[in-house]
Design a protein around this ligand. Structure first.
Ligand code: SIN
Ligand code: FE2
Length: 209
């Protein structure tokens, strides 16, 4: 595969310790990853999950890897199978290349969450803390429409910083910022032409087990 990465990506932007590399993946790389994610979604369709509290999430989700993050009335968790009992597809090589380039660790990820945001979708401030160890980083890639990404502190209620994540941007939650609160306040629907029908995809890689 051709190199997915843009040569223009310089020093990352710092949001309360969370690093964001602007334009890390160029357009051709975005299209290659998108094609791989479409293949994932054929095997593991996007679903709308229920929170443990009984609210339907606005973001639709699927996953790849040995385990996939899911939620229903019985809780948030990583599950080795989809809600219908089928195994998750493998994490695409294109996505693994991102991890190799930006995660800063040798341990490979075992879980790849794929979020799809339509116009009205959002994600409230939360910590990623369903993983067995918080020693490994969390890496994400944005594709398609811009999303307003908010990063707080490692405790609830502290000051936050926001940035519009654009298609091709990569974010890393690592070290002291691994447990930083973060969320997506809104989507600038139609701001990118990567997805023909609009919307935003965020791909998150984690070492879950
Ligand atoms: C997440 O925290 O799961 C998603 C973050 C994003 O969509 O950028
Ligand atoms: Fe998260």
């Amino acid at each position: 595969m051709a190199d997915l990465f843009s040569e223009t990506g310089g020093a990352p932007v710092d949001l309360n310790g969370v690093k964001v590399w602007r334009g890390a993946v160029d357009r051709a790389g975005q299209e290659a990853i998108l094609a791989d994610l479409r293949a994932v979604a054929k095997v593991a369709p996007f679903r709308r999950y229920m929170t443990p509290g009984g609210r339907e999430m606005s973001v639709r989700m699927t996953a790849a890897g040995a385990v996939g993050w899911i939620t229903d009335r019985s809780g948030y968790r990583y599950d080795p199978v989809q809600p219908d009992g089928a195994p998750w597809p493998a994490i695409p090589d294109s996505v693994l290349q991102l991890w190799a380039r930006y995660s800063g660790v040798d341990q490979p990820p075992d879980s790849c969450l794929v979020n799809f945001y339509e116009d009205a979708a959002r994600m409230g401030l939360h910590q990623d803390r369903d993983e067995a160890s918080f020693d490994w980083p969390v890496l994400s890639l944005s594709l398609g429409d811009e999303g307003l990404f908010r990063v707080g502190q490692t405790e609830r209620g502290g000051p936050t910083k926001s940035v519009w994540l654009r298609s091709g941007d990569v974010a890393l939650l690592a070290g002291a910022a691994r447990l930083a609160y973060h969320g997506v306040d809104r989507i600038k629907f139609g701001s990118s032409d990567l997805l023909a029908n609009g919307g935003r995809i965020n791909v998150t890689l984690r070492v879950a087990r």
